[in-house]
Design a protein around this ligand. Structure first.
Ligand SMILES: [Mg+2]
Length: 344
């Protein structure tokens, strides 16, 4: 099914250029016209509440996230379509981090009244395109006007069999620490756009259009090999730190084992030192960080090979609290910051 074609053909041509002229109900029916019925949706958009049906034996997973203009994104770099994709992708990533299957989503928008309707159309195309890629159905939401920039609130729901749900709290001493894909690309992308780089650069596309690792996460959950998992939204140091805290353990991360992309290496080749702090503390890579017993190494590598996602062993869980980063000679590598903190 060509979903993008469906979105384009179902959205009527613009008769108003402004949000004020279209009105809230006009906007909602415009968005609804582009939404197809989803699996497990008994009653979708249009009633006081949506009604959905979980698959037999499954439990519900729910996660919500806000994206606020000038805090999480800058409309100077974020084109509306990729902003729509990303606002759903980061939420799907949280369901994936639990080993869940993403199913339904609610979208609420606070919109400046001078935001062009064409912006909203392009945003929705991106959002619904990401939804279609992951078979997630938009089942409701809210819109209101904003006097200070665009705010996007997304609540995503997923499901999974109780025994396959992965939490942050199961890591055990001597487990390996693993990470999918590569780290630091999105943080480098942020530096590139801040210095006037374009959206086509590899690190910038990692920042603006992240891919939630749903199939890799599901494969890991089904393989039954993972003791704890989280998605890397604030840097592996901070995010593995959450696993460590909730599992009452600590960890050593081997600095030189951090997976760095070819794009990352070529962008940073002229620096005197590899900027490991971007890979350790940079946010928004949306990779998976997980722990597993060493006897499962081969199983993990085989299972990720099938998913087409690279996976790297980057450290080891230890008994005492705290997370240390170690250089190849065994000395401690000091990191400047602990991921992205919204309040500093
Ligand atoms: Mg998360």
């Amino acid at each position: 099914m060509n979903y993008m074609h469906r979105i384009d053909s179902n959205m009527p041509p613009l008769q108003h250029s402004s949000l004020a002229a279209l009105g809230e109900f006009g906007l909602i029916s415009r968005i609804t016209s582009a939404v197809s019925p989803g699996e497990g949706v008994i009653t979708g958009i249009g009633d006081d509440a949506a009604v959905t049906s979980l698959s037999p034996g499954m439990q519900l997973l729910v996660s919500t996230d806000m994206l606020v203009e000038d805090v999480h994104f800058d409309l100077g770099w974020h084109d509306p379509s990729r902003l729509g994709r990303k606002s759903l992708a980061v939420n799907i990533s949280d369901i994936a981090a639990m080993g869940g299957i993403p199913r339904w989503v609610l979208l609420s928008l606070a919109l400046p009244s001078d935001l062009p309707l064409d912006f909203i159309d392009r945003f929705m195309r991106g959002f619904l395109g990401m939804a279609a890629e992951h078979r997630v159905a938009l089942i409701g939401g809210d819109t209101c006007s904003s006097r200070s920039g665009l705010s996007i609130s997304v609540t995503v729901m997923g499901e999974q069999a109780p025994e396959l749900i992965l939490r942050r709290s199961g890591a055990l001493p001597d487990d390996d620490i693993w990470v999918t894909g590569t780290l630091g690309d999105a943080a480098l992308g942020l530096k590139v756009v801040q210095n006037g780089g374009t959206g086509d650069d590899y690190p910038v596309s990692r920042l603006l259009d992240p891919s939630p690792r749903v199939s890799a996460a599901l494969a890991l959950a089904e393989a039954g090999v993972v003791t704890a998992m989280i998605d890397v939204s604030d840097g592996i140091l901070a995010d593995f730190g959450h696993i460590a805290e909730q599992s009452h353990v600590g960890g050593c991360i081997y600095r030189d084992d951090l997976p760095l992309s070819a794009g990352f290496r070529s962008h940073t080749a002229d620096l005197s030192e590899i900027p490991y702090q971007l890979a350790l503390s940079g946010g928004e890579d949306y990779e998976l960080c997980f722990t597993a017993h060493r006897s499962n190494r081969k199983k993990i590598v085989d299972c990720m090979k099938k998913s087409g996602i690279a996976v790297t062993r980057v450290g080891i869980v230890i008994n005492s609290p705290g997370v240390a980063v170690l250089c190849p000679d065994g000395t401690r590598y000091e990191v400047n910051s602990d991921g992205f903190n919204h309040f500093t």
